[in-house]
Design a protein around this ligand. Structure first.
Ligand code: KIV
Length: 293
């Protein structure tokens, strides 16, 4: 069934959603079939996160993810999204080495992969990069708090901003990102009271993950939400389905059916027309299993 083409979500529309007090629903996506489903489910933003590395590619952190891997998956997502705004997550070292690299790589997300915005991690240390990417007409989403590309500096995936000084640092990062021109900012792994203060002070939408309910929007990694990532999952994850268990159950039935010879059935097979069958049989030498000459 195909209805009217949905109106695509735009960057200005996300800002208006904050002004109207409407919550923004963001999901990560890494492939075409999932992007189509999440788009039709009403996700406002599809973030092709560098979490790709951990949930899809089996890396231990997001640090090994390359530009080529991100572009490959962003293309697939962009082909599946008709309404959601597709945001490409800039991987480690694609924007930290030089501003020139950052602009070039952000441009590749738009020009080669069909993203309509990019995301970069960091706050006060990232304002030059954000401004330069914006100068190339590419909207930027910021990301502060528990930024996974800083895992080694943090000494693990630890909640950030837990005391007054650390909280103030996260707030200053978020303000700097807004001041540099970002159209929204992800607040990851921070106390909800701090997220609430930041959300009140910013005019751009805050998108929370492990940052409590007061943010302007929420994002979850799709594999966590669907029960596709292994337990234990972080405290902030809500499992809306157990797709991993369903996949395992379905596939073990397939394995049993193949082993038991019950798959495929007659109905699941193609058949020759009777005349073609007898003609072929008459040509086959029964004893030698080859064609009669
Ligand atoms: O990489 C990612 O998926 C992210 C979100 C969790 C915000 O950065």
């Amino acid at each position: 069934m195909s209805g009217p083409r949905p109106v695509p979500v735009t960057v200005p529309e996300l800002l208006k959603m904050k002004q109207r007090g409407e919550k923004i629903a963001v999901l990560t996506a890494y492939d075409h079939p999932t992007a189509r489903i999440l788009d039709s489910a009403g996700a406002d933003v599809l973030l092709v996160g560098d979490s790709l590395g951990m949930v899809v590619l089996g890396y231990e952190s997001t640090l090994p993810v390359t530009m080529e891997e991100m572009l490959h998956h962003t293309r697939a997502v962009a082909r599946g999204a008709t309404r959601s705004l597709v945001v490409g997550d800039m991987p480690y070292l694609s924007y930290q080495v030089s501003v020139r690299d950052a602009v070039r790589n952000a441009g590749r997300f738009v020009q080669e992969a069909g993203a309509r915005a990019v995301k970069v991690e960091g706050g006060r240390n990232r304002t030059r990069v954000i401004r330069a990417i914006l100068d190339a007409e590419i909207p930027v989403m910021g990301h502060v708090g528990l930024t996974p590309q800083s895992v080694h500096r943090f000494g693990g995936y630890r909640v950030q901003g837990r005391d007054a000084a650390a909280g103030q640092a996260v707030l200053e990062d978020a303000l700097a990102v807004e001041e540099a021109g970002a159209f929204s900012v992800v607040l990851e792994g921070i106390p909800s009271e701090l997220a609430s203060m930041i959300t009140e002070r910013l005019t751009i939408p805050t998108i929370g993950i492990g940052a409590g309910p007061e943010c302007d929007g929420q994002v979850l990694v799709i594999h966590d939400l669907l029960g596709l990532s292994p337990e234990p999952v972080p405290t902030f994850v809500r499992r809306y389905a157990e797709i991993g268990a369903s996949i395992r159950e379905a596939c073990s039935r397939f394995v049993a059916d193949v082993r038991g010879g019950t798959f495929p059935s007659e109905k699941e097979s193609y058949h020759l027309k009777p005349e073609a069958l007898s003609e072929l049989e008459s040509k086959l030498d029964p004893g030698r299993r080859r064609w009669k000459s």
